[in-house]
Design a protein around this ligand. Sequence first.
Ligand SMILES: NC(=O)c1ccc[n+]([C@@H]2O[C@H](COP(=O)([O-])OP(=O)(O)OC[C@H]3O[C@@H](n4cnc5c(N)ncnc54)[C@H](O)[C@@H]3O)[C@@H](O)[C@H]2O)c1
Length: 345
Amino acid sequence: MMSKLRVGVIGCGSIAKHRHLIEYNDHPDVEIVAVCDIVEERVQEVAGIYGTKSYTSYEELLATENIDAVSVCLPNYLHAPVSISALNAGCHVLCEKPMATSIEEAEAMIEAAETNTRKLMIGHNQRFVPSHKKAKALIQSGEIGKIYSFRTTFGHGGPEAWSADGEKSWFFKKEEAFIGAMGDLGVHKADLLRYLLGEEFVEIASFVETSAKEKSTVDDNSVSILKTESGVIGTLAASWAYTAAEDNSTILFAEHAILRLEDDPVHSLVVQYKNGEVVKYELGKIQSNDEGNQTSSHVIEHFVESIKSDKEPLINGYEGMKSLEVILAALRSQETKTITQIGQS
Ligand SMILES: NC(=O)c1ccc[n+]([C@@H]2O[C@H](COP(=O)([O-])OP(=O)(O)OC[C@H]3O[C@@H](n4cnc5c(N)ncnc54)[C@H](O)[C@@H]3O)[C@@H](O)[C@H]2O)c1
């Protein structure tokens, strides 16, 4: 029998607690060896639950422990430096999204993974959501024909109720987050649409505003119009100003059908065919911030499998960087008040 994968989790806030730690712990081929957080009580609590060593310095964790892989569950500005340190220490890295704060950082992460021949995966869990996977299969089969247009949204009331630090969270601070709802939620949909459409976005026109959060120094409400290489156009809205309920829906308008993803509370995929036929799929739930709605993201499973079988993860550094390019271009479009080329940062 192969020995277990020895894993460390750096950052013990909400995404670590709700997803990474739970899913590593459930995985039969994984042993969580060490955890790290700068908040002593937080890391002690997590180490107590999982019976691991605890660190308040990630440098110390990396220098001391003999581990195979780490999850980087930290504020955005730390993604690149910590991922690169971990890769240089010989660890495979699963880094949360958005991958980095600039293309230069993303490129440096990719280079560190290549130099050290380690896997680098970015936590874009939306690709593993059952309705999204089914839509991808329908598109690939050719059944719905050419896609003309889309409308995608990810919004909720904001990260105050989610982040370990509540209203004082790094999520609202430009120096640590670099971007707000567009980076927290919009990047997920940029990644999902790149995946579903199977091509890159080339142009974007965006309004990226701060509307709802008075003390925030980052955006909380944005709408972008996007165009792909082949001319598919659509809108992407990302918001922390959807006060009463979350909206995580995507609609694709195609030659033979309209696909409604996560738009109906019961049927996570509804396909309305041009001939009048409607097919409703009741698939597994999407993960949301709501308590009790953290079903398996399959992210950790995929990361572990890619290490075990030495295969490139579906969302590798390059994929993470291409999705990052979209949100960086949205910020440039807002600043310059122009339609902006994507990938020119
Ligand atoms: N894939 C998803 O669906 C998803 C969902 C939520 C968050 N995220 C991402 O996960 C990352 C973490 O977000 P979160 O929601 O867990 O935030 P959080 O605020 O709940 O937790 C962040 C943690 O990092 C710790 N930390 C900060 N600086 C540190 C340092 N130098 N060393 C060690 N620990 C440090 C904080 O003390 C805190 O416990 C972010 O990049 C976020 O975008 C992804």
